[in-house]
Design a protein around this ligand. Structure first.
Ligand SMILES: [Ca+2]
Length: 329
């Protein structure tokens, strides 16, 4: 009788657990997942991550249904640059950017100077990535990355990111419960993936922690160091919006290489967006037509391609450049 009661209680308990976890967890994955975790643990320990950190991080890990869905989602339908720009660089974001500049002026100018990246670009990236640190993502980085590493479309990539995230925990920069990010593991106010964090995150205030989640000095320095490490030149800007004569638009793709200068384009009749002459300089400048000949036109310099190292989207890099101009003015 006692045995039967115990059996019933266990059955009830297991049913309860299945119902409780079923939103995030499929029990058919159970066996595979445990084997996978054992392998991961072995690799983590080989990489010098302590068993204690691994156990603490992974004991309550969950596979997140929402992350699986987002991973399978098709890319958004194609939008024009103007649509993207309206979403990304609205009036409010420009105003907040200017206010943040005033608020943090001395600190951000010190950081701009130390790393060699103009303050307005640091602010623009901070503004677009996380709305100046206010939308940093609320997913557990460890659970998101585990979900993507266990059965995502780019499992190998995310497995390495997960191992890097464990290393960050092991180094003590952030508590597990505060290690939050986007569904795909981009972390904190600068939205660094764990591998970028390990290479570029900075402890600017020297408190022993590279805190891109809640320390704005570390955030500014980390963004600046990322750009500088990719070859940023703070004696130059990113580029400019331009007016292009019809003959050039008609023949753009066939006739021009990507190695021309401002002088060259000025001679071809390209003007600044306000109708003024371009600076007559030997500065390399590439003509970019993000939506083809009918849309906006830009001449971009080397720094533009450094912004693309942060996020490979052309719309993104143009928006960062334009937001930085609006913050400056
Ligand atoms: Ca710090």
């Amino acid at each position: 009788m006692l045995l039967l009661n115990m059996f019933i209680y266990r059955y009830i308990l297991i049913s309860f657990l299945i119902i409780f976890f079923s939103t995030n967890y499929s029990f058919s994955e159970d066996k595979n997942f445990n084997e996978w975790l054992l392998e991961l643990e072995k690799e983590a320990i080989e990489r010098g991550i302590s068993k204690r950190t691994f156990t603490l991080a992974m004991e309550n890990v969950v596979l997140i249904e929402k992350v699986k869905k987002l991973d399978k989602k098709q890319p958004e339908k194609v939008i024009t640059f103007n649509d993207y720009y309206e979403r990304t660089v609205n009036k409010r974001r420009i105003e907040i950017g200017k206010n943040k500049y005033s608020l943090h002026k001395n600190e951000i100018l010190d950081i701009a100077n130390k790393y060699g990246v103009q303050a307005r670009f640091i602010l623009a990236i901070w503004g677009v990535e996380t709305n100046y640190g206010t939308y940093t993502g609320s997913f557990s980085v460890i659970s998101s990355l585990t979900t993507l590493a266990f059965n995502g479309r780019r499992a190998n990539f995310f497995r390495l990111q997960l191992l890097d995230a464990l290393k960050i925990l092991d180094e003590g920069h952030i508590e597990l419960s505060n290690m939050k990010g986007s569904w795909a593991g981009a972390m904190g106010q600068s939205q660094f993936m764990p591998s970028s964090y390990l290479e570029y995150a900075q402890d600017y205030d020297n408190d022993g922690k590279k805190d891109i989640w809640s320390n704005h000095l570390d955030v500014f320095a980390s963004i600046a160091f990322y750009l500088k490490s990719h070859g940023w030149d703070n004696t130059k800007t990113w580029g400019r919006q331009v007016l292009v004569p019809k003959e050039i638009l008609d023949s753009y793709k066939e006739n021009y290489s990507n190695e021309e200068t401002l002088k060259f384009w000025s001679d071809k009749g390209i003007k600044n967006i306000d109708g003024k002459q371009l600076p007559y300089l030997n500065l390399n400048a590439n003509l970019i037509l993000p939506d083809g000949p009918q849309g906006n036109a830009f001449l971009v310099y080397n720094n533009f391609y450094k912004i693309k190292k942060y996020n490979a989207s052309t719309y993104y890099a143009l928006s960062i450049g334009m937001l930085s101009d609006r913050i400056k003015n």
